[in-house]
Ligand binder design. Sequence first.
Ligand code: OVM
Length: 406
Amino acid sequence: MTVPQEQCQSSAQDVPHLDIDPFSDDFLSMPYPYHAQMRDAGPIVWLDRYGLWASARHEEVKAALNDWDRFSSAAGVGLANFRTEKPFRPPSLILEVDPPQHTRSRAVLARILSPKMMQQVRAEFERQADILIDALVEKREIDGIKDLAARYPLRVFPDAVGLSDEGRENLLLYGDMVFNSFGPHNAIFARSVERYGPVSSWIMDKCRREQLRPDGFGDLIYQAADRGEITYEEAPLLVRSFLSAGVDTTVNGLGNSLYCMAAFPEQYAKLVATPALARPAFEEVLRFESPVQTFFRTTIKPVEFAGVQMKENDKVLLFLAGANRDERQWKSPDVFDIERKPTGHMAFGSGIHGCVGQAVARLEGEVILTALAKKVKRIESTGEPVRRLNNTLRAFGSLPMRFIPH
Ligand code: OVM
């Protein structure tokens, strides 16, 4: 795509033009040198390939995420502009909306995913983590993705939502599709569409009240509708948000945790020596290998931002994972150190759209890393990690490894 003349003039403002494709196999396989290139080029760059603004610096990513009034989510948080293109599914009522609609949806989901609720589900999340890690220690030679990172969230999260067991693997296909759909219609997206087929109707069926166990997270959304906080039409779409955002994200948070623990054995040794590091260790994984790498915003008015004049309807690509390795923000950002305090990382976003399920994600990370520390002395890589390329997620398809017990 060529840069419109008008755009060239408005961005003659010394905005660096880069010829990087952030959705190419090459970029997605090893994004970090490209993030560094963008950060070094400036606070905001123009990506010629797609005709959009981008930032990989912490200050600007955070500022844009906190400026929802100018950087809208309602036009979609992917490359597609919902003002001019048909969304691939009815827009999410929390992710792809602005206030005041966002405020109503958010209040309902935030109450369901509250710290108090986490206390209620913690014991069961711990119990399931212990059961699974015990079984994997027994098995010894495992695939970190298939046997653990995918298996654990598919057990505990749909249980908490109140879904039956039938067809849960569909949640992985759905997540893959949703997160690919935030990128361009490239080959990665096309492959995910091929496998997608009947999943969409399966998902929407599972969002019906009759399919949800009483008092699970899903049913609690319908109870909010009973109280008039949202409408009965909105309820299934909000349940869909649980199923869209709650599985593939944590699968990759756990997968990336296992990858880091196998790749940096001295860091895993620190965790084994002090299992109470489980929570900060998971946080460092989120900074170092952020499961959600990017989100877009759309300008809904002319905007001056970081010295750049943007027009209305411009797309802005925010590299959460780039912000998380910005040397302006972090000391030795390319070093994985579970004793660092990575507070302020952008892996959960920031501002009004900051991950509403982050307490669930943290709970899963904490209990799995705690169970590992207590039961597994060493994690050895036994083969090449295989990447699963996704337009948004930093993901593995396979992580061959060995668990050596204490
Ligand atoms: C949603 C949704 C989908 C994907 C991601 C997400 C990270 C939310 O459907 O609301 O948040």
